[in-house]
Design a protein around this ligand. Sequence first.
Ligand code: UT7
Length: 349
Amino acid sequence: MTASPIPGTRPSLGITALGTYAPPRRVTNADFEARIDTNAEWIESRTGIRERRFAAPDEYTSDVGVGAVRDLLARDPDALLEVDAVICATVSPDALMPSTAALIAMQVGLTGAAAFDLSTACSGFVYGLSVAQGLILAGTARRGLVVGAEALSKIVDQDDRNTAILFGDGGGAAVVGPVPQGYGFQHFVLGADGAGGSSLYLRCAAPRLPGGFEMGETVGMNGREVFKFAVRVLGDSGNEVLAKTGLSSADVDWLVPHQANIRIIEAACERVGMPLSKTVVNLGRYGNTSSATVPLALREALDDGRIRDGQQLLLVAFGGGLSWAASTMKWWGGAPSLVARAEREAVGV
Ligand code: UT7
């Protein structure tokens, strides 16, 4: 099997390395019950979440992202060879300037690579994979590093029971590069609808939202509106990307959805026609980590052997914007960076 495309054909691109990081501090539902007007049973039954991780006071999103990249390097020390573009999908950047991507790139030895942040909230990781694929196919980059990283505990009002109980911190990092023909990304469906922007929001330095909407310095959310939107777009975008790929849900080995609420996941499964038994769910232990949920779920299912080489995956995500992103891919878990090195050595570079 070779990672080189047949001359004249589009190279197959996919995830060639994947690492994750979650801060060690666990915050349980009982911790919230002890502090605000909620109860542990309500949280678990209405969301599926039992605990989440919180970053340390001096730990920011770039640190979380670097943690994920270090995990990736521990699994494949050559994984960052040829990476010349870094994309950080986040809604909790260290700052608007500099980009969190540039800060991560600097700390993992990728200074000089293109680096920028991508703001589509919880859809960000899947969006980022598609953007990296585009940069490579356009000849702008050889490989891309896509980091979904969040320190949401710093931008969520920990006294607001509508939001505080949902969100946690974590990160995932994926290298996008050549994989053997027939593996890797098949299709993406990306979308957004700004009309729903006022359902999930956070102010910036020069805030404006249509309709004179008041925004605070912590995440604001209309949970019911987001819930309805999520169920609809996860189903629609999942079905659309399957149709684009010429597949039906029966062809899918694993559905990897954004982890926001178990009831949203169950409803999306029904709409796509996938059983929960073929769906990766780990939100009970991490809560909603926005752009990090998909890589955290993917990594866990790879580590415990559920996802194996050659299996058909369907990724679906939704988030602020409101936005959505879905992708089909055939998993290849080889070590393509080693293939690339062998190829370089073979031609003496
Ligand atoms: O990545 C995207 C991020 N956002 C989301 O994914 C949010 C999507 N939405 C949801 O997950 C759900 O809408 C929530 C979990 C946020 C809320 O669940 P719900 O079943 O839609 O509850 P609700 O908003 O309809 O509220 C039901 C009741 C209300 O009380 P009343 O008015 O019936 O007396 C709320 O005040 O539950 C109450 N409630 C709570 N009770 C205990 C709301 N939050 C809490 C809480 N603890 N934390």
